[in-house]
Design a protein around this ligand. Sequence first.
Ligand SMILES: Cc1cc2nc3c(=O)[nH]c(=O)nc-3n(C[C@H](O)[C@H](O)[C@H](O)COP(=O)(O)OP(=O)(O)OC[C@H]3O[C@@H](n4cnc5c(N)ncnc54)[C@H](O)[C@@H]3O)c2cc1C
Length: 324
Amino acid sequence: MATHEVDLSIIGAGPAGLYAAYYAGFRGLKVALLDSLPEPGGQVAALYPEKLIFDVAGFPAVKGQELIERCVEQAAPYDPVYILNQRAEDLEPHDDGSFTIRTHRGTEVHTKAVVITGGIGTFTPRPLPDAEEFEGRGLVYFVRELETMRDQDVLIVGGGDSACDWALNLEGIAKSITLIHRRDRFRAHEDSVEKLYASSVRVMTFTEVSRILGEDGVERVEVFDNRSDERETLTISKVVAALGFKSDLGPLKSWDVEIDGRHILVDTTMQTNIPGVFAAGDITEYEGKVRLISVGFGEAATAVNNAAVHIDPEARVFPGHSSG
Ligand SMILES: Cc1cc2nc3c(=O)[nH]c(=O)nc-3n(C[C@H](O)[C@H](O)[C@H](O)COP(=O)(O)OP(=O)(O)OC[C@H]3O[C@@H](n4cnc5c(N)ncnc54)[C@H](O)[C@@H]3O)c2cc1C
């Protein structure tokens, strides 16, 4: 059984957790960074690595994966211990104010403080009904690399941001792109929807998949108009089901931190109701909360600086400037 002794444990290696790891290193703390996914990056790396992000300070436009690589690079000089592919299951508090975290694989981390950056929890995509046999044989739930769609006839199913973004990003790469959505109202940014209708993507509203056809993988998809039941068979080699995802806080719900719905309540220092346990990023809740990467970065800095004082009461909250 692997054991680690650290000053600070960060639960979740999404953008908030990665920035917390940088900041903790800057404050001289030894860090363990845990994630249930096999790669760092949270929602950004798992759900939209190829999407351009426009609202992170200092980057007029940056692809999700590049932003994550920069965050990993920024934390790297401080050598955080990555404990990936492991879900943090238990948090055991000790009388001296420290904690033991256990993962589902039995790894133990002894830590003086904790920052929970668990985002929306562990997440899994909503499946396309009755299409399991085509998973990995032309049916995917995420487009991790746009190049996998080169010269393909792509069908995108869904009406949210991911569906619209993938449709737009695949222009010029895919041979043809059709997007079907079961309503005529999209859950995506207006700007993306406008761009979608102005693009070469064939948009079919009030349309759903009735069945996928193919011997060795996806070859055709029968779709139907859910008002008239009129059917059409499309020549398709790749289906991207962008139907959203289910998320679950899972074990974090049993950690005695105060939870409101699916979020953890924090004070202005980002501390939870448990002294020494802080939170940052999408998972936090307080009046006026905005769930954005840039907000998560700010909260991570606040959480870590206050955790540093919890670990060493002589330390100052304000760390000084990094520019030295
Ligand atoms: C399609 C889409 C587009 C978006 N576009 C933008 C945008 O343009 N700009 C913007 O600012 N925001 C955008 N967002 C939101 C942004 O991605 C989130 O605000 C951001 O990812 C939150 O970061 P985080 O680090 O708090 O959490 P997450 O990215 O959710 O990372 C949390 C991590 O914690 C891990 N975890 C959870 N529970 C455990 C556990 N018990 N043990 C171990 N690991 C655990 C998860 O596996 C995950 O990797 C978008 C989101 C989506 C879905």
